[in-house]
Design a protein around this ligand. Structure first.
Ligand code: ADP
Ligand code: MG
Length: 421
């Protein structure tokens, strides 16, 4: 399908109300419309959804979107229905639907109304769904969060491994679009290989977040007091404090409360009602700080988070990047402060020790990169971007002076242990 620039602009405005594409979106949309396999690597918040939603809406047939999280699929479907004012334009196909609902979805697809069909990978594997999808016109197949395919990603899901063969059964020449916010070369290779899309048009945005300030402090027994001091210096600002365990989340939230900080805990052990009430309070600014496990954050879009503190070091640089990435979404200030002690690394190693050997090896390698990051004396930003396969020049690059190692170069690495907090 060939379209000119004005068609794209008109459709962008019509379906989304935006007057400009963000970053590489326009080129990605063109690539998809031309029917080529396409691979998109953009940081979270980069605007990946629009990359496949717009061409889906512009083309004949139904685009299948594979996504790992039901909540995210529902959000997207609601958003698309909202802009188009047409219920059947987007559907989710999953095992929670009853017979009547499934029938309705299928009718909408057959009649050509449905432009986007969201499915979880396990629904796609079902024989009856494969048979049905073979019989209808599919515009392309998009795999969101495509890093789930790779054991080197932070969220490996075995059911993503079968996608390629299922796609082959649905149709022979279906264009495949992979999208991810994981930028490591290893994960990218895995995705390309597993989806069989060698030679795909690849679009990679920069992962630099110039407005974020990166800092690592040694973790001593006074870490809680240090965190309290930091938060008090940032009074009235919104922030997230990540801890490894639910227990630590509860304890720290209490310590903060006792010290007059408006904080709530968040972890998967809390009941759904408490979780959503705490999340809402944070979004509505009834509380300043959420103390959380990594269960908090996926799909949460609060633009003015001013700091992200890691009470415990994350298990990989990808996790660190994702979690710190929740700060400063609006382009304003975002302070990323991580506490590091080698003891915590040993704890993380212990967690892994029950896992299969292959998984442990990967986990170790990722963890060692994290250690290197925490202990490095070179620019944190340079380190992160290098890890993601990007060269960064602190002299000329945006945000070149926005980390502790650039602001206060370390003379001697050993001196770190002596720092008094
Ligand atoms: P990602 O999946 O890459 O994390 P999303 O697709 O969720 O990002 O988009 C992030 C935000 O950017 C959304 O709020 C979306 O509405 C907004 N957005 C996307 N494209 C544009 C655009 N062209 N102009 C303005 N806002 C955009
Ligand atoms: Mg997304």
């Amino acid at each position: 399908m060939s379209v000119d620039k004005t068609d794209l602009q008109v459709s962008l405005k019509k379906y989304f109300g935006f007057s400009k594409f963000k970053g590489l979106q326009e080129n990605v949309v063109k690539s998809i419309l031309s029917g080529k396999h396409t691979f998109v690597i953009m940081p979270t918040g980069g605007g990946k959804s629009l990359c496949y939603q717009l061409p889906a809406l512009m083309q004949e047939g139904t685009a299948i979107v594979v996504s790992p999280l039901i909540a995210l699929m529902k959000n997207q479907v609601d958003a698309i229905r909202g802009v188009s004012n047409q219920e059947g334009i987007a559907h989710v196909l999953n095992s929670s639907l009853n017979k009547t609902e499934v029938k309705r979805v299928k009718e909408d697809i057959v009649s050509g109304v449905t432009k986007l069909l969201y499915v979880a990978p396990e629904s796609l594997t079902k024989e009856e769904n494969v048979d049905f999808l073979r019989s209808v016109k599919i515009s392309f197949l998009a795999i969101d969060e495509a890093h789930c395919i790779s054991e080197w990603g932070h969220d490996f899901r075995p059911e993503y491994r079968n996608l390629r063969s299922i796609i082959g059964r649905i149709g022979e020449n279906i264009p495949i679009i992979g999208l991810t916010a994981t930028a490591t070369p290893k994960v990218q290779e895995d995705i390309i290989k597993n989806l069989g899309i060698t030679g795909a048009n690849t679009f990679k945005a920069s992962f630099n977040r110039p407005n974020l300030y990166y800092e690592v402090r040694p973790k001593t027994k006074n870490v809680d007091a240090d965190i309290i001091r930091f938060i008090k210096q940032n009074e009235g600002k919104s922030g997230i404090v990540y801890c490894l365990s639910r227990k630590r989340v509860e304890e720290l939230a209490q310590v903060l409360q006792v010290n007059g900080i408006n904080a709530v805990p968040y972890h998967a052990g809390l009941d759904a009602k408490t979780r959503s009430s705490h999340q809402d309070k944070f979004l509505m600014e009834d509380v300043d700080v959420v103390v959380a496990t990594i269960a908090f954050g996926m799909g949460i879009d609060k633009p003015d988070v001013r700091f992200v503190i890691h009470h415990d070091i994350p298990k990989s640089i990808e996790s660190y990047y994702q979690e710190t990435g929740r700060a400063g979404r609006d382009g304003g200030e975002g302070h990323c402060l991580a506490y590091y002690s080698y003891k915590d690394i040993e704890k993380l190693e212990k967690f892994m020790s029950g896992k299969p050997v292959a998984e442990q090896e990967i986990g170790q390698a990722l963890l060692q990169e994290m250690v290197a990051f925490a202990e490095t004396s070179i620019s944190r930003r340079k380190f992160i971007l290098h890890y993601f396969g990007e060269e960064f020049d602190n002299e000329t690059g945006e945000g070149g002076d926005m980390d502790d190692n650039v602001r206060n170069p370390k003379k001697q690495h050993e001196a770190e242990d002596e720092v008094k907090l």
